[in-house]
Design a protein around this ligand. Structure first.
Ligand code: TRP
Length: 335
């Protein structure tokens, strides 16, 4: 593969029941990236092992994530969409990078602190070295850009630090990745507490739209969304976080500007507005649901995509791994 286009790398953990936030904030924006970048998207199943998984459910969720990627429009013929665990170079490079990462650096990771508080009975070494595996993911593909949310920015920074440290010792081995700041897209907030990010682990099910929620559920949740005692549809994140969040969701799915939305609902109540947002989201997700159901049935199509892309990912990443082996002085393979 020639490096004519810049390279983009991203992925999601395989455990996630995706939310509307994951979709509008990430996945939906990924689907056209191939026009500008050579794209790699992983189902990050090795990362998911840092918390205990039920094996059967885990396997199902990983498959479901792959199908959701494709159903959302990520074309597996135009993007390399693959399983992290199928490509052994990830674990191989992660080990080497472990030896170039300091305990002190990893200790500062806020996600590690949060997760160790949450899983106090299972603070395993994988949880600690999670960012090193993520660095391996990114650096193996010589990624130029990585679209990540704010919560992963610290991991991208440590990736850059590890890469620079390695390059300083051994010459230019790794491309230093930059964060990709999406032009469109948005941070979607909880429908019940709109100053908090929408999260699949929210205790209140009405706070979160799941990507596979059916139409009635979607509309019901939007009807119950928290707004304010004012009655004007106006974008003001400080004063009107609930309404602004709904506006930003509506903008993402309809492509309308905030001004247009304000006009559209001028003189109308919140009831109409919430209904319109619910309808628009349900309409946006309808073809995705349909495609998802088909893909989960058409087993062989997904299998073929996985196989081909696993091979492509291996081929590409192994070039970097070989280079790293050579640089650090590991003995070359005898073929
Ligand atoms: N840690 C990321 C998350 O939870 C998932 C991830 C793993 C990732 N490796 C990556 C994202 C490499 C971007 C690039 O969201």
């Amino acid at each position: 593969m020639e490096k004519e286009k810049k390279i983009l790398y991203s992925g999601m953990q395989a455990t996630n029941t995706l939310t509307l936030g994951n979709y509008l904030g990430a996945l939906k924006n990924w689907v056209n990236m191939y026009e500008e970048y050579e794209c790699f998207f992983g189902v990050m199943d090795l990362h998911s092992l840092t918390v205990r998984q039920n094996p059967a459910e885990f396997r199902k969720n990983a498959r479901s994530l792959y199908a959701l990627y494709v159903a959302a429009g990520l074309d597996p013929e135009k993007n390399c969409v693959y399983y992290q665990s199928h490509v052994p170079t990830h674990a191989q490079l992660a080990w080497i990078l472990n030896c170039f990462t300091y305990m002190g650096e990893l200790n500062r990771m806020t996600q590690f602190k949060d997760k160790s508080a949450k899983h106090a009975d299972n603070i395993n070494a994988g949880l600690f070295t999670y960012p090193v595996l993520m660095a391996a993911d990114i650096l193996l593909y010589q990624a130029d850009v990585v679209p990540v949310g704010a919560d992963q920015m610290q991991h991208l920074e440590i990736t850059r630090d590890i890469a620079e440290r390695f390059n300083n010792l051994y010459g230019d081995v790794f491309t230093i990745p930059e964060p990709y700041i999406a032009k469109a897209g948005a941070k979607i907030m909880s429908l019940q507490e709109p100053t908090k990010k929408m999260s699949k682990s929210d205790e209140n099910p009405n706070a979160t739209i799941l990507l596979l929620d059916d139409k009635d559920t979607i509309i019901r949740k939007f009807k119950r969304a928290v707004t304010d005692s004012d009655t004007v549809v106006r974008f003001d994140e400080e004063e009107k976080p609930g309404v602004s969040n709904l506006m930003s969701i509506y903008r993402c799915v309809t492509g309308k500007t905030y001004e247009e939305i304000e006009k559209e609902f001028d003189g109308k109540g919140y009831g109409d507005f919430k209904m319109a947002v619910g309808e628009a989201v349900a309409t946006e997700l309808e073809p995705l649901h349909k495609r998802y159901d088909e893909l989960m049935k058409e087993k062989s199509f997904i299998d073929k995509c996985i196989k081909e892309n696993d091979e492509k990912a291996y081929y590409f990443s192994n070039k970097t791994l070989r280079k790293v082996h050579k640089k650090v002085g590991l003995t070359e393979l005898i073929r």
